[in-house]
Write a protein that binds this ligand. Sequence first.
Ligand SMILES: [Fe+2]
Ligand SMILES: [Fe+2]
Length: 258
Amino acid sequence: MKFKLTGNAEIDQQHAVLDALIDRLELVCERLADEPKPSCQACNAGRRRNCNGSLSRLNDEILSFLVGHVTYEERLMELLPDIVRCQVHIRGHKEAHAEISDRLREVAAHLGREAPWLLGMQLHRIAKDWMGSHASLYDVELAQQIEGIGPAEIEFDSELVAILDELVFHNRPTRTTPLVRSNARRAELQRRLATLTAKQREVCRLAVSGMANKEIAKQLGITINTIKTHRAEIFRKMDVSSLLDLIRAMDIAEPDEL
Ligand SMILES: [Fe+2]
Ligand SMILES: [Fe+2]
């Protein structure tokens, strides 16, 4: 095992999955593990599309792993007592998780626009930092604090198991029913929805209700270009590429609202 163990068996198992993703990342670009060179053979014209495709798949896998893993760790945080030291830890730890996910999305936004070896390096650095400084700074402390309060392992509810099955452990035979799986999908969309700003939520609601950009701009008293910017952000955050997909996603996330 190349990474530092936290002492929490479940977190360590999840980290092993990320470690395997890092190994796959190193295979995409032959120069990734040591000194990268712009002339990397794997990124030559003929293979560039392959490199981009592999990177984008890995980036997606790493992002969804993050959602599952973060859900697990943040549920553990809920078990911590309401004392200053723990609250300080929780705040810092959650901010660090949000920062990792922002950095990953930033890489995703440049895919296809920059040389794959460059983005591969960035992705590699993010994942390595995550297993290195993030894990030793935050995860080790979380594992220690959890031990200090008693239960070493979180009580697994079926929703959490479904999230881990779907986003973290792809090879583990699923232990959940389709109903629980659809609950997990809902939980994921609700988490995405929670990242929208108040204004983006308003625009999202109006767009889903069938209003055109022009009408939304008029109703909210902002320019049509601002609406377009909001829409692009909403699509990115909700991970959809069309209004129809957004409507479907909102239907799952907020069934009672529609
Ligand atoms: Fe972690
Ligand atoms: Fe963490």
